[in-house]
Design a binder for this molecule. Structure first.
Ligand code: DAH
Length: 365
């Protein structure tokens, strides 16, 4: 029997199939269980061996050419469908930007990026922790047991319920619990900063119930107070983009550091305005407190599961809002959180002003 005509007809119908559904119907018609070519294949079994030798290759050849044609046509139809979609779904990226771009980067976000950029250059990575904390991470592990008087200074917002481990839950009052979380997770050595929101029940012109801090922590072998002082000075010079930054360290007390120091930054008076920089002991000006710091208390290192005879470190906590006000000249902290678009369009930053060490961390607003 000659299958050429059957084959010809099948191939031309496949070539004419204009969509995938039609093609699928043809596949079923020829090669499906009840298909015509499948039917021919079944006849082979009933033939005597001699006839099978002759007919077999022909039927198989037919099946193969039809199946190849189906695959090729399917490929072509799919490519055409994709091309049509691509042509249909174009976006015109050449649309001009709006003349007056709306929306600005909040000074706090900008300053956090500036801080991260400067510390990244010193080899610090950014760590994070939850704003809803438990009292173990926020207080106990930082050497403030339940009866510690320093707890009372934190004006803490507590939640009514305890967590599964029966710990009191609270809004973190500082970024210091991230120290503990990072040491527990990553061990030592360590070099991190942890910027973020903190909460205290306090509100006036210089205090808001939510504000921002950045924590710093270095844990290594043979770390000493000199490293801390150099790090703070280097950071503040880069942040304020002035070489004449003068730092004054004062002895202080924090339960989680020993010894503890508070750092003041010198300002000078220019036309009655406070300008960061210069040495106040040599002229008109004064000192402004900008951060707390110290050598990490041995007890804290123990709470983190590390051996304090092997590992030491320093830590610091900086008020971000205060730094932003000093650098960019805002005088009321509360305006930071009012969401007033006029304030934001005046003090905000363009989304394109990404702080970089080469381009300058503090591009003027
Ligand atoms: N956690 C302190 C606060 O909120 C600030 C602070 C002081 C952080 C000394 C530190 C530190 O890491 O070493 O007032």
């Amino acid at each position: 029997m000659d299958y050429a005509a059957t084959g010809q007809e099948a191939l031309s119908r496949i070539a004419e199939a204009s969509d995938l559904d039609t093609l699928e119907a043809l596949r079923v018609e020829f090669l499906g269980k009840q298909g015509s070519i499948s039917g021919l294949l079944k006849t082979l079994g009933k033939l005597d061996p001699e006839a099978r030798k002759v007919e077999g290759p022909k039927i198989h050849g037919l099946r193969e050419s039809v199946s190849d044609a189906l695959a090729a046509r399917k490929d072509a139809l799919e490519t055409a469908a994709l091309d049509a979609r691509l042509a249909d779904e174009t976006i015109d990226l050449s649309l001009p930007a709006p003349e007056a771009p709306r929306g600005t980067v909040h000074p706090i976000s900008q300053v956090m990026d500036e801080i991260a950029e400067i510390f990244a250059d010193l080899g610090f990575s950014v760590a994070t922790g939850p704003e809803i904390e438990d009292d173990w991470h926020n207080f106990t592990a930082l050497n403030m047991p339940e009866s510690h008087p320093a707890r009372a200074m934190h004006d803490t917002f507590y939640f009514p319920d305890r967590d599964a481990q029966n710990r009191e839950m609270l809004l973190r009052t500082h970024t210091s619990p991230v120290q503990m979380r990072t040491m527990l997770q990553q061990g030592a050595p360590l070099r991190i900063i942890a910027p973020g929101r903190v909460y205290r029940s306090d509100s006036d012109a210089t205090h808001t119930p939510m504000f921002h801090q950045v924590e710093g922590l270095v844990i290594d072998k043979q770390v000493h107070l000199g490293h801390l002082k150099w790090t703070l000075e280097t950071f503040l010079k880069a942040f304020f983009e002035r070489e004449d930054i003068v730092l004054r360290l004062r002895p202080s007390y924090f339960p989680f550091t020993e010894p503890s120091v508070e750092a003041d930054i010198g300002f000078t008076l220019i036309d009655g305005k406070r300008v960061i920089g210069g040495d106040p002991s040599k002229g008109e000006g004064g000192w402004m407190e900008v951060l707390g710091s110290g050598m990490v208390n041995r007890r804290v290192i123990e709470f983190a599961g590390l051996d304090p005879n092997e590992w030491q470190g320093f830590a610091f906590g900086i008020g971000i809002d205060r730094l932003a006000m000093l650098k960019y000249g805002m005088d009321d902290l509360r305006a930071f959180f009012d969401g007033d678009v006029r304030w934001l369009s005046h003090y905000g930053f363009s989304a394109l002003d990404v702080p970089t060490l080469s381009g300058g961390v503090g591009t003027p607003a």
